[in-house]
Design a protein around this ligand. Structure first.
Ligand code: ASP
Ligand code: MG
Length: 406
């Protein structure tokens, strides 16, 4: 007999019929003799609707009340699922975040989980009750309702699995698992059986939106194996787990792309100490995060300073940078909004040389110009013209052997 944590996302809970389907899956695992804690998201689209209502009322909704509002989507889900399970003759009980309790700090809309005492849940589990917990929400030390950031139910599930030292943590979604790349643009993309926490963090932050990033960080910290799988079939999904020898032998395990970046370049910046900080700190002050940065000194004592920011931050970043450029007596500011970031991710890069060369040669052969490059231990990212996104992903997927069944 095991303790199983299962999480069902918004699409899996999207209608009464789908909730019945979820209930059938839960009872199958329960009937096999397992203790069950189930975490659910709001029905698909509901959280967006709530956010829109608040934004219709005013531009900056009060933080505390915003969390009270958006947490309500999950309340509907836990009640409906518990009603369904009980109507099928099972013992079930819904839990708000505060009833668990899932204790968090007071950072409304991006609260961090601090502790999850398990006494209440243990009592119900010992009684054979299926526990249905509202994902995404918690409670702070003064009893305020908090939420964990969009997509936060994944983190609720992993945190509960850690707190209860569950044997299994399954995240059910509407895809079969994590893919080698986006199947919508590359038909030979295939499901990855096993991926390390670090690779998943790189892939998730690059747009493979299967799991909230924070849930993977949590899983890594507490050593929780996450099984990502579909609630619409019985296929095995992807295990997100700690790395092993076998994973290290794979050069590249996935290819991500991100069309959400823009490029800003300040030309002819005087090459003096502190200039990078001068350009970047007004952006940081405005809460704009900069992703890639390239700086190169030319002979004449000038440097060209280029960086990328998200599309949402572009306008403000450009205004700020234009002002800074004037202050430091730099040259013109040049921009490009049609760029795309292509990244290859794999543990094997740490121990194998030549991965970057192979990537660059492959892109060159297709006539794709590389505008910027950045690397980490297990990732190489390049910026290219966005019209080459699909082509770049496909040729890299092919050349690194991701399509074939190795
Ligand atoms: N319902 C919340 C959201 O849409 C949390 C979640 O789905 O994980 O962001
Ligand atoms: Mg999600």
């Amino acid at each position: 007999m095991a303790l199983v944590v299962q999480k069902y996302g918004g699409t899996s809970m999207g209608s009464v019929e789908r909730i019945r389907n979820v209930a059938r899956r839960i009872t199958r695992t329960y009937d096999a003799g397992n203790d069950m804690v189930v975490v659910v998201s709001a029905m698909s689209g509901e959280t967006n609707k709530l956010v829109a209502l608040a934004n219709d009322l005013c531009e900056f909704p009060d933080n505390r009340e915003y969390d009270v509002l958006v947490a309500s989507g999950e309340q509907v889900s836990i009640a409906l699922l518990a009603i369904c399970l009980k109507s099928m003759g099972y013992k079930a009980k819904s839990y708000h975040g505060w009833q668990v309790p899932i204790l968090t700090d007071s950072a409304f809309s991006k609260a961090r989980i601090e502790d999850i005492p398990d006494t209440n849940m243990r009592a119900d589990l010992n009684d054979g009750t299926i526990i249905v917990v509202a994902g995404f929400q918690g409670v702070d030390s003064t009893g305020n309702i908090t939420t964990l950031g969009r997509g936060g139910s994944d983190t609720s599930a992993v945190a509960l699995a850690a707190a209860l030292t569950a044997d299994v943590c399954e995240i059910y979604t509407d895809v079969d698992g994590v893919y080698t790349t986006d199947p919508n643009i590359c038909s030979s993309a295939r499901k990855i059986e096993k991926v390390s926490y670090d690779e998943m963090l790189e892939l998730a932050s690059l747009g493979a939106k299967v799991l909230q990033i924070r849930s993977v960080e949590f899983a890594k910290k507490y050593n929780v194996d996450i099984h990502v799988r579909s609630s619409f079939n019985d296929n095995p999904g992807t295990m997100v787990t700690k790395e092993d020898k076998e994973m290290e032998s794979v050069l590249v395990s996935g290819i991500a792309y991100d069309k959400n970046e823009t490029k800003i370049a300040v030309m002819q910046v005087p090459d003096t100490p502190g200039i990078a900080a001068k350009i970047l700190s007004p952006l940081a002050d405005a809460n704009i995060s900069v992703d890639m940065i390239v700086q190169n000194v030319s002979e004449a004592g000038y440097t060209d300073f280029t960086f990328t920011v998200t599309k949402a931050d572009f306008k403000l970043a450009l205004a700020i940078t234009t002002e800074t450029a004037r202050e430091v007596e730099a040259g013109t500011v040049v921009t490009d909004e049609n760029i795309s970031k292509i990244s290859i991710v794999g543990l094997g890069m740490r121990s194998h040389a030549g991965v970057a060369t192979k990537m660059f040669q492959t892109l060159a052969k297709e006539g794709i110009n590389i505008q910027m490059i950045s690397t980490s231990e297990i990732k190489i990212s390049v910026i290219v013209d966005s019209k080459y996104t699909e082509l770049a992903v496909r040729v890299l997927h092919e050349v690194f052997g991701l399509a074939g069944g190795e």
